[in-house]
Every structure is written in C-alpha cells, then in structure tokens.
Design a protein around this ligand. Structure first.
Ligand code: DLL
Length: 390
C-alpha cells in the first residue's frame, strides 16, 4: 500500500477496495509462518492449514472471534440445508489441520445440533454410527458421499438410514453427481465452498434453491477479476474469484486471489437471502489438482521423483470411477534401474509410494515403466492426464 501511495484512511467503502493491490498465495508463502499475522500470537487460539501441500504450507490463524464468525458461517450453511437443533449432524470431513471437520463441527454446535465428529476414513464405522445414531445431515466431500452411498447400497443398508440432507464441498462436483447421490440416498445435496486462507468451509453455501452458493458477504467481499489483467469484471462475467475479509482479526486477507474460476450473480433468490451467489466453480487458473479432496500440485510430484533419482519422464493420471478419484503416477526407470531384479523394482515402487504419500498426504498408484516408454511431446509436455468428467 505504501508503494502505491495508499493509506488506510483511503479505504472508506466497498468500492474503495479496488484501490488495494492483490494478495496471492506466493505472498502468503513469503510471509510464512507469522509474517501476515495481524494480531499478536497470544491473541490467537487456532491454526489451520491447507490440505495436501507440504514444504511451505499456507497456515491461517484465528482469534476466538474469528472462530465464532467461522462457526456462524458454517451454521448458516447447515440451517440453509434445513438443519436445526433437532438434527444429528454426521461430519466426516477430515479433522486436524484441514478446515473441513473443525468448520462444520463448529457450525453444527452453533446450530445446537447433535454433532458426530467422525472425521474421515473407516467406512464401516461411519455407516454403523450413521445408522445407529440416526444421523440426519451428512457433511463430507462429494466423492466420499458417493462412496458411502455405494457401500450402503452394496451392503443392503440403504433403508436403515435417516439422512435428509448432505453438505458436500472441498472439491469440484457436477449436477449429475448431485442428482445421482440425491436419488440413491433420498436426500437433498447442498454445495459448500471455502478455502483455508479466507477461513475454511462456509465462505459460501447453498440454499434450498440449489442454484449456486450465497457468499457470507457480511464477512467476505467477493470480486471477479480478469486473471490476466487484474481488471474487475461486471456481475455475470466469468473470471477469478477474489475475496477480502472485512471482519476477521488474526488473518484478514485483502483482495486475495483464490485462483478459482467462477461467476457471481445478484439475481433475486427464491430463498429470500440477498447475499450474492457464486456459481459452481468452473476450474482454476493454476495447475492445482484436487484429488479425493486433497490439493495436489504436479510440481510436488516432480520434486519427489527427481529427488529419488528418476528421470523427468512421468505422467499423472487422474480419473473418477463410481465418483471416486483414482490417481496414478507412472514414471520411467533409468536403464540401470530397469536392469535390476523384479524384486528390487517392486521395492523401489514401494519406496516411491511412501515418499509420494509423505509429500502429498494421499497415496497414488505408483507404476514404474521401462525407459522411453512414455510418449514424448513435441510441444509442452503433457504430464497431467485428468480424465475426470466433472
Ligand atoms: O477445501 C475448505 C472446505 C472444506 C470447503 C470443506 C468446503 C468443505 P482448502 O483445502 O484450502 O479448503 O482448499 C480450497 O478447494 O480454492 C477450491 O479450489 C476447492 N473447493 C472448495 N470447495 C469447493 C466446492 C477447503 N464446493 C480449494 N467446489 C478452493 C469446488 C471447491 N471446489
């Protein structure tokens, strides 16, 4: 702000925000860990972090007031999905550094619902609790919801559940996927959006109209910009979503570029809320992949491969089968590796899998292939093959 001659008193209205420079993920990395903290650490009560990325992850800080606001935002999402204190809210987003579990957990408490803090994994136990405790609202990633659905139907347990709604987000999903989950489970499925840097889930949420997510504008001001020029685009134009936090204390980011591509609409909503609505996300401006809800950058995979002595001839293949992401890393061996015994090659695959898991937080299928067997590209290398039709 000093560099462009802007003083805090120059910002008096929402429109004045446009005078501010943007903040990017690189700024956050440069300021890691405490550089952008706006309150003394002693005033903060919580740290959360982005999913997946290691090295310099983005860390976000919260005062108690920030947590209260976040809880309120998630509570709105639950209420918009028909939730009340009469409900049993089953949360199987991950708990821990990931914001999904803590966010919906806090929102559910705020609503006064009976909260089941299941966290992710252990599908058998999820289903048992869902049935025995008569959960009515399910909160998880859409792909995990689809997996739970398949398992419930496969085990003949579909008629034993009491679910009426699901609040699914953290990754891209389609109207087709919504329709399928709704039909199979007999529920209403609502989208929820958010990112760690801004607060976590609950930056925006869907209402009964199910035609986009209302942004909690009393806390987060949304803009759409042209990702190339930075120019603010009019309502209805497709571009990069930018958020400014206007009520947060510890980590109040100004004009943060999300890299998410989206459209905003102020069309009147039948639910009566006047908060601006964002459409389903339409992609990203960077190469970040979201696999099983975890953010994965191809550069992280390349770092692991090169560190382990593999050549840079590799492919990342992502697909979605029965709404579950499959994820494979295929890499060429050097001639020397290829000449090893089968046992040694298998051991190498296992070692590589362990390093990739440590870096990414999820496990790909690792396939070592013969030298020169991955097609070479004549232009830019196409290393990511994302076959998912979302
Ligand atoms: O994914 C927060 C969250 C948790 C949202 C639970 C919803 C439910 P991060 O790990 O920081 O935070 O990842 C943020 O995930 O920039 C989007 O690219 C993507 N994303 C989040 N929600 C959606 C959604 C959480 N509903 C990044 N649809 C964001 C599509 C989503 N993509």
């Amino acid at each position: 702000m000093e560099a462009i001659g802007l003083a805090p008193q120059d910002i008096r209205s929402i429109d004045d925000l446009r005078k501010l420079p943007f903040l990017t993920k690189d700024d956050l990395k440069a300021a890691y860990p405490y550089g952008l903290l706006a309150r003394p650490p002693a005033d903060c009560v919580r740290i959360q972090s982005t999913s997946g990325t290691t090295g310099k992850r983005v860390v976000a800080f919260y005062t108690q007031n920030d947590i209260d606001i976040w809880d309120a935002c998630c509570a709105r999402a639950i209420v918009a999905a028909g939730g009340s204190k009469e409900d049993v809210v089953h949360v199987c987003y991950g708990y821990g550094l990931f914001t999904g579990g803590p966010g919906l957990n806090g929102g559910s408490h705020k609503v006064g619902s009976l909260t089941l803090p299941m966290s992710s994994g252990n599908t058998e136990r999820q289903l048992q609790f869902m049935i025995d405790l008569e959960a009515t609202i399910l909160c998880c990633t859409p792909s995990y919801a689809a997996f739970l659905t398949e398992t419930l139907i496969g085990q003949g347990l579909r008629d034993q559940i009491k679910l009426k709604a699901g609040i699914f987000g953290a990754e891209a999903w389609s109207e087709e996927m919504r329709g399928d989950i709704e039909a199979k489970l007999g529920i209403k499925a609502y989208d929820i959006y958010g990112l760690t840097e801004i607060t976590g889930p609950g930056v925006s949420f869907e209402c009964a109209e199910q035609t986009g997510m209302h942004v909690n504008e009393d806390h987060f001001v949304a803009e759409i910009i042209d990702p190339e020029t930075g120019e603010v685009l009019p309502e209805g134009a497709k571009g990069e979503l930018v958020f400014t936090c206007i009520s947060k204390e510890a980590f109040p980011l100004l004009r943060y570029r999300t890299r998410d591509i989206c459209v905003l609409s102020r069309k009147a909503c039948s639910c009566g809320r006047t908060l601006v609505k964002m459409a389903r996300l339409m992609g990203r401006t960077d190469d970040m992949l979201i696999i099983r809800g975890v953010n994965v950058f191809p550069s992280q995979i390349e770092t692991v491969l090169l560190r382990a002595g593999y050549p840079s001839n590799y492919e990342i293949i992502v697909d979605r089968v029965n709404y579950t992401d499959s994820f494979e890393v295929r890499v060429e061996m050097t001639q020397e590796m290829f000449d090893d015994t089968v046992k040694r090659i298998e051991a190498r695959e296992a070692e590589l899998l362990a390093s990739l898991r440590a870096m990414l937080g999820i496990s790909p299928k690792v396939t070592l292939v013969a030298p020169r067997s991955i097609a070479r590209s004549e232009g830019k290398a196409v290393r990511v093959i994302d076959k998912r039709k979302i």
